[in-house]
Ligand binder design. Sequence first.
Ligand code: C2O
Ligand code: CU
Length: 480
Amino acid sequence: MRLATHWRRWAAGTAAAVVVLPLGWLWYGSLLPGEYDMAQMGYADWGGGPRGEHAGMTGAHHGTPVAELTADPDRPAEVRETLTVHDDGRRITVNGSTPGPMIRAREGDLVEVTLVNDNLADGTTLHWHGVDVPNAVDGVAGVTQDAVMPGEEHVYRFVAEDVGTYWYHSHQVSHEQVQRGLLGALVVDPAQAAPADVDETFLIHRYTAAGSLNGVEGFTEVDAEPGDEVRLRLVNTENGLATVWLPGATFRVLAVDGTDVNQPGDLTEVAIPLPAGGRVDLGFTVPEDGVRVDFSGGPSLGFAADAPESRARPPDEVVDLLTYGEPEAPPFDIEDPDRRFEYVIDRKPGFLDGRPGLWWTVNGGIFPDVPMYMVSEGDVVVFEVTNNSGDAHPMHLHGHHALVLSRDGEPATGSPWWVDSLEVAVGETYEVAVLADNPGVWMDHCHNLPHAAEGLVAHLMYDGVTSSYAVGGDHGNHPE
Ligand code: C2O
Ligand code: CU
């Protein structure tokens, strides 16, 4: 009897140990050091070449520090702004409002923005979403700079080479700071080209459960007359897909993520799905009885039109950018890429920095056990992004534009479709091509920002670049 009890206890204890010890090991192994730099994280090397050739963090401790990858420091700025961010307890404002002021530059201008942190206790940064800025001013805390603490300031300088519609937002504790309002529009006009009669920019955002346009819930009347040519720039700053539709009107999609569509055709009764972080510029002529633009989440716009009496449902059909517009030869050779990378998104239970949960995985690993995609300057890189995770992910690569090649094996046949924010729906696989022409360390993450905080983050890193900053540590850098 005594012996049996003893035996049972021993068996139970062993069984518990069999479960607990490996779990403890997993937990311990998942803990991030108090401070870590990108290059030392022991990221698995998923480089396309033979291991060793580009393996490891070549140049991690010798080479060009990220901080030196700047615009010409001696060139005077054409556009100068100071943006002061303030936490009023409820929202985070930029120069007293949210969204913050629009920054508008002309192609080729040097833009110089001074960020001042009034009182954001966590610190803050500014990231220029979709603009291929020099790496030093990409604004990612712990990757390209330290978070700017209360009372401190930080200067960002870049040449506005990319014409189009962009936005800026915090990349420090971004899942909180962006939702609470630390964001604004950035528009770069072409060096020459006559402006449209009406050129308006709206940031789509949810401060509360309801959607808003430039902070206004409900209906906004835009100043326009029948016959006006309109360029309507829309920026989705939410965490999820936004749907936009123009009941009854004929329109064109003039640009996607800042890049003009080649020969866009007329559309009617189709909805436009706009990924988190993504932008579209829509073009239309205001007809006699006006145009209304409706948005998921409730808000709407009227161009020479009144508030809707009741809202129609969005059309079932959506514009498919894989086939929209006319093809054009790509600016680099995509037939024979130097590297092919897989970016497979899934999810599994485990530990993320010691926290148990169901976390997003990249190529099977939970952050930081995810790829550091290593490239050399000049490489043509093809990414195959596959979403097996059961939830949609708006994927965003910093510092580069990506050309969509195919979706689920179906080649792109429309206008070149350039993205920096690509919705990868459940079960989809996209192939995109990137020209590695902007040395640095670049985030490649999900722009549903809570997902990024749940580990859906990887990086693209160039040979010969030194990571100069660290996540965690004295600066409390937490980019997600
Ligand atoms: Cu719009 Cu990594 O961000
Ligand atoms: Cu996601």
